[in-house]
Design a protein around this ligand. Structure first.
Ligand SMILES: Cc1cc2nc3c(=O)[nH]c(=O)nc-3n(C[C@H](O)[C@H](O)[C@H](O)COP(=O)(O)OP(=O)(O)OC[C@H]3O[C@@H](n4cnc5c(N)ncnc54)[C@H](O)[C@@H]3O)c2cc1C
Length: 290
């Protein structure tokens, strides 16, 4: 299990992929996973209804494919729009397929995603974590999300971390962070949560910045600060995708090397289903992770 691995080693390396939209191409995502698996990551996570994708039904299928490729899968699961009964059914299916690692999230789905009666039995991710622990005990390992710059709905970082505590107290085994572009923010966050007695492993989420449109969209969804240095690069090479790709990979590589040098628990690369991004970063850090 991932939680055992995180107890044994520091500096885990893992990737995130997302399912296709309802009418999308599942085979493309599976080929992406095939390429990522060749890099021998510690695990690959599969999102659930994120990135505007319907595709919730594909999460399990892709997680199974990750497992077939010999890599530990981590299946995301969002509470929003689900009743307890629906969550039980999903957890039972996951167990049947021996997919026992779940990233439990509140989710951001619009109300139309709620069941026919508009019922949702969970207000926060901590409710889902409690429910999974109660229903499946220690059979499942549970990951949670955390936000080094505070969650966008929360007034201040301190109260967001208080809320994070609840998720941990309910039984989360480890956490993956929201993306950030300035490592000092992550290091300060680690200090803060240590002060709050949160002592489970925290994996840093890294999003390589590859185009201006993507970054503007992402920054509108979260609180992340974007370094001036990189804004200059985006402006200069906006019309040159290859140059931006090189710059984005170089920036993410530098971030990752610094984080690994600081002996954090692990890094999780948001691949955006572009295996070439993970391959380039992986090649750049090969000697660092040996
Ligand atoms: C690593 C990672 C992976 C993600 N994967 C997906 C995905 O696959 N699919 C998807 O749709 N979205 C995904 N998201 C986005 C996520 O669903 C959103 O950020 C969502 O708004 C919050 O989810 P959460 O689980 O962090 O919520 P929570 O932990 O419930 O927090 C949400 C807000 O509620 C507040 N809060 C929590 N508990 C309480 C309480 N008891 N009282 C008052 N306030 C409280 C928090 O401070 C925060 O502001 C992901 C995010 C991250 C960081």
């Amino acid at each position: 299990m991932i939680r055992d691995l995180l107890k044994q080693k520091r500096g885990s390396v893992s990737f995130e992929v997302f399912p296709p939209k309802r009418d999308g191409n599942l085979e493309n995502v599976k080929s992406c996973v095939d390429r990522l698996a060749k890099l021998s990551p510690d695990f690959i996570s599969v999102t659930y209804g994120a990135n505007g994708g319907g595709g919730k039904n594909y999460t399990m299928e892709i997680a199974e494919h990750v497992k077939k490729c010999g890599v530990r899968p981590l299946a995301h699961l969002t509470a929003t729009g689900h009743t307890q009964r629906q969550i039980k059914t999903i957890l039972d299916s996951l167990e049947e397929k021996n997919l026992l690692s779940v990233l439990a999230l509140r989710g951001d789905m619009p109300l139309e995603d709620a069941d026919e009666d508009g019922i949702c039995d969970f207000n926060y991710a901590s409710d889902l974590v409690r429910f999974i622990r109660h229903y499946k005990g220690e059979k499942f390992e549970i990951c949670g999300a955390c936000y080094p710059e505070g969650h966008i709905d929360c007034d201040c970082l301190e109260s967001d971390v208080e809320n994070l505590r609840r998720k941990v107290d309910e039984g989360a085994d480890f956490l993956i962070s929201q993306l950030f572009f300035e490592n000092n923010i992550f290091f300060e966050f680690l200090d803060l949560i240590k002060k709050k007695n949160i002592n489970i492993p925290i994996i840093a989420g890294i999003m390589p910045a590859l185009n201006a449109k993507q970054i503007i969209h992402i920054l509108s969804l979260c609180n992340a600060k974007f370094p001036k240095k990189f804004s200059r690069i985006l402006a200069k090479y906006e019309e040159k995708p290859e140059a931006l790709f090189d710059a984005g990979v170089a920036f993410a590589t530098e971030q990752v090397i610094d984080l690994l040098a600081a002996e954090i628990d692990g890094i999780h690369i948001y691949t955006m289903n572009r295996p070439e991004v993970a391959e380039r970063i992986h090649a750049n850090i090969l000697q660092v992770i040996m």
